[in-house]
Design a protein around this ligand. Structure first.
Ligand code: NAD
Length: 395
């Protein structure tokens, strides 16, 4: 008997879909069955007929939920889905396991298996094909630079015309991880004069290799696994004061700074926002219900200041390039399926260094060490040495 993978129509405002026609075609060839909820791909411009031609069965929401062995989703499915899930079914998506512990505990109580992309150990090389955070951040950074070009009131490149010369726009990117580097590369290609800043000094080489200027402050804060650590209140104040001078010299400020599992750091203070001259554009990719990198940014809203600067809450950039973002997300889903399916059966190896971390819960137990830490549970017993296993490929 083959496994059934399903994708649902996401919540309003989310344009992406967790499976793409290309991945459906491969899954079906690999003897999976695929269920797609009616209209799931509409906002990514993948109509039902395209999924059907790829080999999926189109069905209503209830049939997709109930028929799924594995339910692939972009965002956290709502109560209507969770209420219908049964023990042994598997959820795979961005499930917010570190910021919504009640949700994980509810799934554990139902004995649902939950694989949350936020928990992926990203520095393990074989996990890179599963890395939704990177694939979606890359799309988001690209789209943020295009949004800057679209919303800014001037040319990005230098323009020499018979009617005069336009100076290039100065773009500053704060936070030069995956999204920031993509924003830098795209803004450079559009002809802007670009600089980048990150609290991790190791980022310098990457920024400079894109032809941008790397800016530093007297505060540096490399944390674990290549991430930044949260700053102390003193360091935060110092950083904000030094950044204010950089911000004042730029026309467009794209912010992408995140610290895993924490509220995003405030890099642009109210004072810097108030001091920004008319036309200055802030694009805050970290804007969320928890707050963002720019004082006063609001998710999915544009705020105009008294001085006519604009702050765009741009936490949904990947969703604004839905077909490319869905294609990449679906490839990440496919990579996880390849790792967890053996001989047509789901095998969730809790001792595997990748799957054991990606897995928030299985069989009623909390598995991921990061979720266990957040719930103040003791560590699970150490993993036994890995044995090599043949997996059923879905390539
Ligand atoms: P992220 O989304 O967690 O954060 C974005 C950026 O914000 C990071 O560069 C971070 O250093 C920066 N930041 C955080 N606090 C800051 C502050 N107060 N001021 C300024 N900047 C601040 O990061 P990400 O894009 O997911 O990537 C984080 C790191 O992990 C990068 O070095 C990236 O290259 C690395 N990474 C490695 C792999 C891999 O090895 N396969 C995969 C993905 C990312």
């Amino acid at each position: 008997m083959s496994l059934t993978i399903a994708a649902l129509r996401e919540a309003p405002g989310e344009n992406r879909v967790a499976l793409s026609p290309e991945v459906v075609r491969k899954l079906v060839k690999g003897e999976f069955q695929v269920l797609i909820e009616t209209g799931a791909g509409d906002r990514s411009f993948y109509p039902d007929a395209v999924f059907e031609a790829a080999g999926a069965k189109i069905c209503d929401r209830q049939a997709a939920i109930q028929g799924a062995d594995v339910l692939a989703t972009i965002g956290q499915p709502g109560k209507d889905v969770v209420d219908q899930l049964k023990a042994g079914q598997t959820l795979l998506g961005l499930l917010q396991p570190l910021t919504d512990l009640d949700y994980v505990q509810e799934l554990a109580a139902k004995k649902v298996n939950a694989l949350a992309f936020e928990l992926l150990p990203r520095t393990v090389s074989r996990a890179q094909t599963m890395d939704v955070l990177s694939s979606q951040a890359s799309v988001a950074g690209y789209k943020a630079a295009l949004l800057a070009a679209d919303r800014f009131s001037r040319y990005l490149p230098m323009m020499i015309t018979a009617a005069g010369t336009a100076k290039p726009t100065k773009v500053l990117v704060l936070g030069t991880g995956v999204a920031g580097l993509q924003a830098i590369g795209t803004a450079k290609r559009l002809g802007a004069m670009v600089s980048g800043y990150d609290i991790r000094p190791a980022s310098r080489g990457e920024v400079e290799s894109l032809g941008a200027t790397f800016l530093t402050t007297s505060v540096s804060a490399t944390g674990e696994g290549g991430y930044a650590r949260a700053l102390t209140p003193e360091e935060t104040a110092q950083q904000q004061a030094e950044l204010a001078a950089f911000i004042a010299q730029n026309d467009v400020i794209i912010t992408t700074a995140q610290v895993p599992g924490r509220r995003p750091p405030l890099l642009v203070t109210q004072k810097s926002v108030d001091a920004a001259k008319a036309g200055t554009l802030f694009i805050d990719l970290a804007a969320s219900a928890l707050g963002g990198n720019v004082a006063g940014s609001q998710p999915d809203k544009t705020v105009t200041t008294a001085q006519q600067a604009q702050i765009i809450g741009a936490g949904d950039m990947a969703s604004q390039l839905p077909a490319s973002a869905s294609d990449m997300f679906a490839k990440n889903v496919q990579a996880v399926l390849t790792a967890i399916v053996q001989d047509g059966k789901l095998v969730l190896d809790v001792d595997d260094e990748v799957i054991g971390e990606l897995l928030a819960t299985t069989n009623g137990e909390i598995i991921s060490s990061r979720v266990r830490d957040a719930l103040k549970l003791p560590a699970r017993p150490a993993a036994k040495p890995a044995e090599s296993t043949e997996t059923k490929g879905v390539d």
